[in-house]
Design a protein around this ligand. Sequence first.
Ligand SMILES: Cc1cc2nc3c(=O)[nH]c(=O)nc-3n(C[C@H](O)[C@H](O)[C@H](O)COP(=O)(O)OP(=O)(O)OC[C@H]3O[C@@H](n4cnc5c(N)ncnc54)[C@H](O)[C@@H]3O)c2cc1C
Length: 436
Amino acid sequence: MRVIVLGAGLLGTTSAYFLSQLGHDVTVVDRQATPGAETSFANGGQISVSHAEPWANPGAPLKLLKWLGREDAPLLFRLRPDLRQWLWGLSFLRECTPARTRHNIEQIVRLGTYSRDVLQQLRRDTGIAYDQRTQGILHFYTSQKEFDAALAPAEQMRQLGCERQVIDADQAVRLEPALAHIRPQLAGATYTAEDESGDANRFTRELAKQAEAAGVRFLMGHTITALREVAGEIDHVEATDAEGRYQRLRADAYVLAMGSFSPLMAAPLGIRLPIYPAKGYSVTMPVKDASRAHQVSLTDDEFKLVFSRLTGPQGDRLRIAGTAELNGYDRDLNTVRCEAIVRRVEQLFPGAGDTARAQFWSGLRPATPSNVPIIGASRVGRLFLNTGHGTLGWTHACGSGQSIARIVSGLAPEVDFAFTAHTRQAGALRPLASAA
Ligand SMILES: Cc1cc2nc3c(=O)[nH]c(=O)nc-3n(C[C@H](O)[C@H](O)[C@H](O)COP(=O)(O)OP(=O)(O)OC[C@H]3O[C@@H](n4cnc5c(N)ncnc54)[C@H](O)[C@@H]3O)c2cc1C
């Protein structure tokens, strides 16, 4: 079957790779010059099954109120005259009940565990290298109240098979000696040995090369302008190439993986995707003093920041990422927020990174109110969705890519997850007779 994948981020590229492994003739379309150039460019690097507690949880509404209008708040809602933002906010509040939170954690952990397994298998099969580290993820708390609040979700994650162990401050420092500097402030920690980290952008580009070698075509520099529907199914995609030439692209199936831009493309088809951009920041800096730099990937609960160490052809680097700002599609770098991250790095690991050479970046997480992604068939024939991965698109990329490839092929996915209507749609799918 001929399949067009819309978007060459983590989700589009993994979808294309696994579709081609299942024998399909795949074309990927993206407006950027290289794969992984938007939200998948400089994220926190964590493959964190243990980071399964969504932003929407019982403690969130109060925290959000407290943070409203604070420029350096970890999660900042900038209220705009934007109906989509308000509807998203209302759905977010609905996801904050204990029952919804438990349900969402379950979905996120199941997909995360499966996805990490698929990534590890991919590594064994292909030898793909992306500055990966397999030293686990250590989540540390500098507030007793937050640590106490984390115990129940950690217990739920363990019951679901994610081995997120609760450890004390001394154990945390033994696992990551660079934390010794803040030992007196540590209230406690959790450690998940199976979690990993790596450079998501390098992974996407390397996987795209492997996919290309297997026959996948990448139409880069092509801006998709519309998906056209005829008689209840997608007839073609409209795009303009780098020189501005108009193109019509046809296939038997289409996978929408355009991150934060997916809802804009789906809306004219009557598909309302509850995805809103949540801007996050990252800072990447060369390691200055390796003895002070962390080795294990870390999560700093108080500042909602993640820390990864990326060591590869681009050098030995610290990547620190986090914060979320719901403010439409604006990607401006807010100096206050960037400086707050650098200050925190210096507080935790003074002298470890070369702050004078820090590179700042912002990206738009395709966030759903529940943080559960939207994967499966849509109600428009031939159109499949692999989008809305929010804070965990790197963690969930391989599992989502493998699952959508199976769903498009009419095969059952291998993980128990709330996929969208896959059986009905996959059954209804038939190849086009006259595709051009
Ligand atoms: C600061 C930050 C830190 C993060 N840290 C982590 C982490 O540690 N672990 C984790 O698991 N996840 C993390 N994430 C989340 C993760 O990076 C995202 O979920 C993931 O990158 C989303 O991938 P995607 O393929 O859906 O979107 P994208 O990477 O944005 O891909 C969408 C693609 O669609 C293309 N596109 C859009 N519109 C058009 C158009 N009109 N025409 C043609 N092409 C178009 C874009 O060019 C882009 O390449 C983080 C995100 C941020 C912002």
